[in-house]
Design a protein around this ligand. Structure first.
Ligand code: ZN
Length: 149
């Protein structure tokens, strides 16, 4: 696990300082997410082309983990079908909650596997999954606002 842990620090730092796809997208769907426990707030914008994520971006403010998680999520989702997004979210969630081992899920998760480091800090799980819950709400248009509480 030590390699993943080192990588975890690097990746969180890098993406929280320079978040990718950090902007608004007009003309798609969006949802707002809030994690009252930590104070993380973000808005996720999604554009679907049929069943495929054509574009995804986010804005907001929060702790390093929530920002890095959102940033990395936007990098991996483009071009994926809704089914692939659901499968990825499920594996990601299993890894951040410690149900599955990050190393074992490297094939499925790629860089996202570094978030297995979060499983050691249960209060951070919500920070790491906020962007994903919010993205799901935007995709399904189930709710304008998602709260982790
Ligand atoms: Zn947070």
């Amino acid at each position: 696990m030590s390699d993943l842990r080192d990588l975890y620090q690097d990746v969180i730092l890098d993406h929280s300082k320079r978040p990718r796809n950090f902007h608004k997208i007009e003309g798609g769907s969006c949802a707002h997410g809030h994690n009252p426990l930590c104070g993380d707030q973000l808005t996720v914008y999604v554009i679907l082309d049929g069943d495929v994520v054509a574009d995804v971006a986010f804005e907001g403010s929060g702790c390093a983990i929530s920002t890095a998680a959102a940033s990395m999520m936007t990098q991996v989702l483009k071009g994926k079908t809704r089914e692939e997004v659901d499968a990825l979210f499920e594996t990601y969630h299993d890894v951040v909650t410690g149900k599955r081992d990050g190393e074992e899920c490297m094939d499925e998760l790629g860089k996202l596997a570094v978030f297995s480091g979060v499983s050691e800090f249960p209060v951070r799980v919500k920070c790491a999954s906020l962007a994903w819950h919010t993205m799901k709400a935007a995709l399904d248009e189930t709710a304008d606002t998602v709260s982790t509480e």
